[in-house]
Design a protein around this ligand. Structure first.
Ligand SMILES: C[S@@+](CC[C@H](N)C(=O)[O-])C[C@H]1O[C@@H](n2cnc3c(N)ncnc32)[C@H](O)[C@@H]1O
Length: 137
């Protein structure tokens, strides 16, 4: 990671370590319509729109960059039946995402990888679609 990014990463690390309380999930459901422990502004309706545009489905591979706890990549994988790789440098978020994928029964086609967007551990040309929500904020 670049040195100037470490404060941001620490901030996300602290947040993901305590996210998932009933109160936060209720607020997320009310504000965004989702309950993936999201950490941005992307609503369920917007995630559906992204999914509709990406032509996902079984056998396709989606990469979600800066996925945090897996929003919206895990949702789209469940919705459309594709595989997903959720990439985020924060281990706590990746762990939450892994648990969510297992709980939703999509663990066999959902991978969470701790990595930086600037050097993705993904072979060029292997993804069918890439999504990022609120990564560039
Ligand atoms: C505002 S959150 C959005 C998370 C998720 N996409 C969502 O909508 O809930 C931004 C995410 O980008 C991640 N991030 C920050 N710098 C990154 C980088 N260089 N490469 C990949 N992800 C990064 C953070 O750890 C954080 O999880």
């Amino acid at each position: 990671m670049a040195p100037d990014a470490s404060d941001d990463i620490e901030r996300f690390r602290e947040r993901y370590a305590v996210s998932g309380t009933d109160a936060l999930l209720a607020a997320e459901r009310e504000a965004l319509g989702s309950d993936y422990q999201g950490n941005g502004y992307t609503t369920l309706a917007e995630a559906d729109l992204i999914g509709d545009l990406l032509d996902l489905g079984p056998g396709r591979l989606l990469v979600d960059v800066g996925a945090g706890c897996g929003w919206p990549g895990l949702y789209l994988a469940e919705r459309d039946g594709c595989s997903v790789v959720c990439v985020d440098p924060v281990a706590e978020g990746c762990a939450v995402g892994r648990q969510r994928a297992a709980a939703d029964g999509i663990g066999h086609r959902a991978l969470t990888v701790r990595a930086d967007a600037r050097s993705l551990p993904i072979r060029a040309g292997s993804a069918d679609a890439v999504v990022h929500t609120d990564l560039l904020c």
